[in-house]
Ligand binder design. Structure first.
Ligand SMILES: [Mn+2]
Length: 327
């Protein structure tokens, strides 16, 4: 860690134009890290662009600096010259950046900061640490080393820590609470932040949730529950996939479940998010289907299948291989 931090701070000192990004369908970890670095690099007098393939989900509009993010079109229009360094957060491989990856990979220095088990190491500097509960933790250590944490950065990084641990419920590592406490020293209000992160759901999402909950199935022997989201449900509730973010956490508290998964219908694709408590390593399932993630939280896609066909394929695999999936 020390070596990577020194190396990255050195790169930052030596260059002036930076571009920041995270994975497509950005989440609370990646976006918070972008905003923390936007603030940090500006303090250092650098020129910084934050570019994301998709728009910013409305629930993250409270993050300090978020209004400065650009979509690819605006970036290309406003861009007066190539960036020298790109920083990519929470992104396990270059493809997950989406269309922006072309621009990112062309910058002379690509800094890849991630905590996924499998990482494509697409950077010129790859700081990959699956032992960290969030990339926000890694950003904390780096920005703290540079002596540049302030209240805005603390708010961003606290959001990242909270988001990737489900509000400090899972994936909690030795240093999580230490870093959270350090961040609180900058005068942030954790209660107010929790409000902004978790208690701002529009009613339409609850209506979508009702439809999803109606599809719940349970395998009592294997202790698995799962649910489905069809394109039709989005239509009925005027929602889209962005609105399903975090909904899988509704399934997690079920006593009968050691593993939960949510299947989302896309065009020619079923996207699956999986979570486990302590019995199963869901990363192994994701890997089998060409996806990835962490032992307790992973994702993958099944292509050219209906919801029911994908469901059948996944359950067949788990029922055959369940012994190999135990932790
Ligand atoms: Mn993350």
């Amino acid at each position: 860690m020390k070596k990577h931090i020194a190396q990255i701070i050195d790169v930052i000192k030596k260059h002036n134009r930076f571009i920041l990004t995270t994975h497509q369908l950005p989440d609370g970890d990646g976006l918070s890290c972008e905003m923390a670095f936007l603030n940090f690099l500006k303090q250092m007098g650098k020129e910084v662009f934050v570019v994301n393939e998709n728009g910013i989900p409305s629930k993250y509009r409270f993050l300090p600096g978020i209004n400065e993010t650009l979509d690819i079109k605006t970036f290309k229009r406003n861009n007066s010259g190539p960036a020298e360094v790109s920083l990519v957060f929470d992104c396990s491989n270059a493809e997950r950046m989406g269309a922006i990856s072309g621009i990112i990979l062309k910058t002379p220095v690509v800094v890849n900061i991630d905590h996924h088990l499998e990482n494509g190491r697409f950077g010129t500097i790859n700081w990959v640490d699956p032992g960290q509960s969030s990339v926000g933790m890694m950003c904390y250590f780096l920005i703290a080393q540079a002596g540049k944490i302030n209240k805005e950065i603390a708010e961003c990084l606290y959001t990242s820590l909270s988001f990737d641990t489900g509000s400090f419920l899972y994936n909690i590592k030795k240093k999580t609470f230490y870093v959270a406490e350090e961040l609180l020293k900058y005068g942030i209000d954790p209660q107010a932040l929790a409000n902004k992160i978790y208690y701002q759901q529009p009613l339409k999402i609850i209506k979508l949730l009702v439809l999803i909950l109606n599809t719940i199935s349970l395998d009592n022997d294997l202790k698995i529950i799962w649910a489905k989201v069809s394109a039709d449900m989005y239509k009925k509730t005027k929602t889209d996939e962005e609105d399903t973010e975090g909904l899988i956490d509704i399934l997690r508290p079920v006593k009968e479940a050691e593993m939960v998964f949510l299947m989302k219908e896309r065009k020619n694709e079923i996207k699956i998010s999986m979570r486990s408590k302590s019995m199963y390593n869901v990363h192994k399932i994701a890997k089998n289907f060409g996806g990835g993630g962490h032992p307790n939280a992973s994702g993958f896609s099944v292509y050219n299948a209906s919801l029911n066909e994908a469901e059948h394929l996944i359950l067949q695999f788990i029922r055959e291989k369940w012994k190999d999936l135990l932790i």
